[in-house]
Design a protein around this ligand. Structure first.
Ligand code: GUN
Length: 281
């Protein structure tokens, strides 16, 4: 039997509509500043999508496009200006930055209360302590998708493939906080296949096309594919061999239309939250 396809696009649309209605009840429009340095085409697409999401939710989006030769000082100066600007609720600096810039220093310069990505060390620490101000967008989007399909991680064995600061590590933390037993695998894990086969919930965020094959999946598992890779034909694809794995898993996320739209919906949610905090003092 074929797995249930977890429709992130549809759920994200419902969440965004809910945010739109809530935004109309605020005395001021929430606002997000998006900073893009250089001309990386993939980043330009992500930023365009975020602008569209803002417009759908009734969130004001101000766009700061800086040339590739921007210096660290210039970028930090812009971030400081946005930190002080009372009209801006959330700040997002699109990653990765050009190689000559220090991304970590830039993320640490963003005021934690405006850090709607939840990348600032203070917000990362808060997540670890279950005292979060904002939830990290991709892991929060995955948790919302699991909830939507009635999947409770409590008592389950979850395997997260990938240990990035953006996805792998915070994903493991949110699953742990939901009472799952969590294994984090990465490029130096010697027995990836065996580890994955033990997963009730398998989250792949490795960014390697074809990494997760059907023999690595336990029958009846939930398979979440976070990756956005390009196939040989230029089409978007994840880490998971979708056709074969959907015959073995009970639930699966498609790429595109699974995790990606949920990540963007969570960014809108964090921006709404940031505005609410400001307006409530
Ligand atoms: N680059 C890829 N994903 C993200 C994200 O979620 N936030 C930011 N700021 N940059 C990214």
């Amino acid at each position: 039997m074929s797995a249930v396809v977890m429709d992130g696009k549809a759920l994200a649309a419902r969440i965004k509509e809910h945010i739109r209605v809530n935004c109309t009840k605020l005395p001021q429009t929430p606002s997000l500043a998006v900073v893009l340095v250089g001309d990386d085409p993939a980043s330009a697409v992500y930023v365009r999508n975020k602008e569209r999401d803002c417009s759908e939710c009734g969130i004001a989006c101000s766009d700061y496009r800086l040339p590739v030769e921007t210096t660290q000082e210039e970028l930090l100066c812009l971030v400081n200006r946005l930190n002080r600007d009372k009209r801006i609720d959330g700040i997002l600096v699109q990653m990765p930055l050009p190689a000559h810039l220090n991304g970590q220093q830039v993320l640490e310069a963003i005021a934690p209360e405006k850090d709607v990505d939840a990348f600032h060390p203070e917000n990362v620490g808060r997540i670890l302590l279950e005292r979060e101000r904002y939830l990290p967008c991709t892991p929060a989007g995955i948790m919302a998708l699991l909830r939507e399909y009635g999947i409770d991680p409590a008592g389950k064995h979850c395997v997260v493939v990938g240990r990035s600061n953006i996805v792998g590590k915070p994903m493991a933390m949110l699953l742990l906080h939901a009472d799952a037993t969590v294994t984090i695998c990465h490029s130096r894990t010697p027995d990836l296949r065996e580890q994955c086969r033990r997963a009730d919930i398998l989250v792949s965020a490795a960014g390697r096309r074809g990494l997760v094959t059907a023999d690595m999946v336990k029958p009846g598992a939930v398979v979440i594919d976070v990756a956005m890779n390009r196939g040989e034909d230029g089409r978007l694809c994840g880490d998971v061999d979708y056709a074969a794995v959907s015959e073995k898993a009970d639930y699966i996320t498609p790429v595109p239309g699974g995790v990606g739209p949920m990540t963007r919906a969570m960014l809108m949610e964090n921006t709404y939250k940031a505005a609410l905090r400001r307006l409530n003092g």
